[in-house]
Design a protein around this ligand. Structure first.
Ligand code: FES
Length: 198
C-alpha cells in the first residue's frame, strides 16, 4: 500500500523528459590586444603604400601634361610700322621707346631709327631734351641726338634699325637687322636701309 502511494506521488510530480537543446558552436576566441595592434599597423602600411602610389601616378600625369606646354618665349616681332614720315617733325621722337625700344630721329633730309641699347653693357639710354642728348642710366654714357657716344664708358655709337617704306608709304622698322659703327672701323649708317630719304 505504501508503495503504490509513493508511485502515485512520483508519477504526479515527475515531468516528462525533454531532449536537450543542441549545443551552441563554440564562440570564436576573442582577439587579444596584440592581434588588434598588428591589424592596425598593417592597415596603416597599406594606406601609406597607396598614398605613395597615388602620389607617384599624379606627379607622372602632371609631368606628362607639362609636355603639352613647352617653355617657349614668345617675343614680339622685330618688324613693325611706326607711321608715315610726315608724322615726325625734326628732332628725336621717343613715343615708341616703351613698346619697341627705339627712337625715331628726323633730320632735314633723312629719317632713321636708333635702337636704344647702350653699347657699354646694354641698358636703355633715355632721351634728355633739355640736354639734347641720350643718357644711359647705368654708368652715365652720353650720346648725341644721332646716337653717337661722346661721354662715359660706351665704346661706340648705338646701332640703327633697318627702315623702309611699304606700298602705302608707311615706315617699316626691323630691329632684327641693325647698322653699326664699330669702333675704329667705317660706319654703316649711310648704307641703304639704314635711313629713309625725306
Ligand atoms: S650700360 Fe650704359 S653706360 Fe654702362
Amino acid at each position: 500500500m505504501a508503495e503504490s502511494t509513493d508511485a502515485t506521488v512520483l508519477g504526479q510530480n515527475s515531468k516528462p523528459e525533454v531532449n536537450p537543446a543542441p549545443a551552441k558552436p563554440a564562440a570564436k576566441p576573442a582577439k587579444t590586444g596584440a592581434g588588434e595592434g598588428e591589424d592596425e599597423i598593417l592597415g596603416k602600411r597599406r594606406r601609406i603604400i597607396w598614398a605613395c602610389i597615388v602620389g607617384y601616378l599624379s606627379v607622372s600625369f602632371l609631368m606628362f601634361l607639362r609636355f603639352f606646354f613647352p617653355r617657349t618665349l614668345f617675343e614680339p616681332s622685330t618688324i613693325f610700322k611706326v607711321g608715315y614720315p610726315s608724322d615726325f617733325s625734326i628732332g628725336v621722337d621717343t613715343k615708341f621707346q616703351k613698346a619697341y625700344r627705339i627712337a625715331v630721329v628726323r633730320e632735314p633730309e633723312r629719317l632713321f631709327v636708333i635702337y636704344l641699347k647702350c653699347t657699354h653693357l646694354g641698358c636703355t639710354p633715355d632721351w634728355k631734351p633739355a640736354e639734347d642728348k641720350f643718357k644711359c642710366p647705368c654708368h652715365g654714357s652720353g650720346y648725341t641726338s644721332e646716337g653717337v657716344n661722346f661721354e662715359g664708358p660706351a665704346p661706340r655709337p648705338m646701332d640703327r634699325a633697318r627702315v623702309e617704306l611699304d606700298a602705302e608709304g608707311q615706315i617699316v622698322v626691323d630691329t632684327g637687322r641693325v647698322y653699326s659703327w664699330p669702333k675704329g672701323q667705317p660706319s654703316h649708317f649711310n648704307d641703304p636701309g639704314a635711313f629713309i630719304a625725306v
